[in-house]
Design a protein around this ligand. Structure first.
Ligand SMILES: NC(=O)c1ccc[n+]([C@@H]2O[C@H](COP(=O)([O-])OP(=O)(O)OC[C@H]3O[C@@H](n4cnc5c(N)ncnc54)[C@H](OP(=O)(O)O)[C@@H]3O)[C@@H](O)[C@H]2O)c1
Length: 267
């Protein structure tokens, strides 16, 4: 039997690449991942044509540009409207930075309170997506890492090699998640009947400094190769704790990201 079509926007990006690899290894879907040049998510006619041509049963919307509100908000609305019109399931990728940060983890019951332009754009995108497609699930995740070529790992390796002067904060915590684990989670969600915001991220808060040290261990480097600091020492006043509580996703049976020490191969 032919598998259902899964349309992936942003398929050449970090998560999109991991989604394609996950489905190639596990099957269950025929992935269609048009490039940015083939389908600009801000172009309603192009997105609509892609839906009409391939009739996807589900869509995972990964396309974004951190500094481009039009892509993040208008593109999300266009994809959500087309998915709703086509009766396709929609997994919309969102982020922990729809929240400002605080001492306790955020659940799906907390209202977004973003503090910078990117966070505001992603929070606005969530509202647009829900207005256009009430059945959409909006996956909020944290910093995603992967192999040595993924940005968070590369940042550590560049600092450890002395190519950059980056300091890593001991008091800035995120629910970091391996991108392969996130791919497994969102592909599973493409086939599940879950709607609204859903937190899917790593199981424990990890400081930037502990993450950097774990990367060093995984790459056979001494932990002292990276320099630690604190937000206060750096003169920054941004909240250090931005932690997602992903227990709802776990209770729904979504495959959950593993702990970063283990996923970086350091036990
Ligand atoms: N990476 C993280 O740590 C992180 C954390 C939390 C949430 N997220 C969310 O996860 C999602 C995926 O992130 P990612 O890191 O995988 O992104 P990424 O690696 O930056 O990839 C973004 C993708 O979007 C495509 N794209 C950009 N503008 C487009 C447009 N107008 N039309 C069609 N495609 C376009 C890019 O293609 P071109 O390169 O060809 O332009 C690329 O394939 C995003 O929604 C992001 O907000 C990411």
């Amino acid at each position: 039997m032919t598998p259902p079509v899964l349309l992936v926007t942003g398929g050449s990006g970090l998560l999109g690449t991991a989604i394609r690899a996950h489905v190639a290894a596990h099957g269950g879907w025929e992935v269609v991942a048009p490039s940015h040049g083939e389908v600009d998510v801000c172009d309603p006619a192009a997105v609509s044509a892609a839906f009409n041509a391939r009739r996807p049963a589900a869509v995972i919307h990964c396309a974004y540009v951190r500094e481009d509100r039009a892509v993040n908000v208008d593109g999300a609305r266009v994809v959500a409207r087309c998915a709703a019109a086509a009766g396709a399931r929609l997994v919309h990728m969102s982020t922990d930075v729809v929240f400002a940060g605080r001492e306790t983890p955020y659940t799906e019951d907390d209202a977004p309170d973003p503090v910078h332009d990117y966070g505001r754009a992603k929070a606005d995108a969530e509202r647009e997506v829900m207005a256009a497609h009430a059945g959409a699930v909006m996956v909020r995740t944290s910093l995603m890492y992967g192999g040595a070529d993924s940005a968070p790992v590369r940042m550590v390796l560049d600092a450890a090699a002395g190519r950059t002067e980056t300091a890593f904060f001991a008091d800035e915590f995120r629910s970091v998640a391996h991108v392969s684990d996130m791919a497994a989670a969102v592909v599973a969600l493409a086939g599940m009947d879950v709607a609204g915001p859903l937190h899917v991220a790593g199981p424990e808060p990890v400081s930037r400094l502990d993450f950097a040290r774990a990367v060093c261990r995984a790459h056979g480097l001494p932990e002292t190769a990276v320099r630690g600091s604190t937000l206060a020492q750096a003169g920054l006043s941004r909240p250090g704790n931005l932690v997602l509580d992903s227990s709802r996703a776990g209770s729904l049976g979504v495959p959950m990201p593993g702990a970063c020490g283990a996923r970086l191969g350091t036990g």
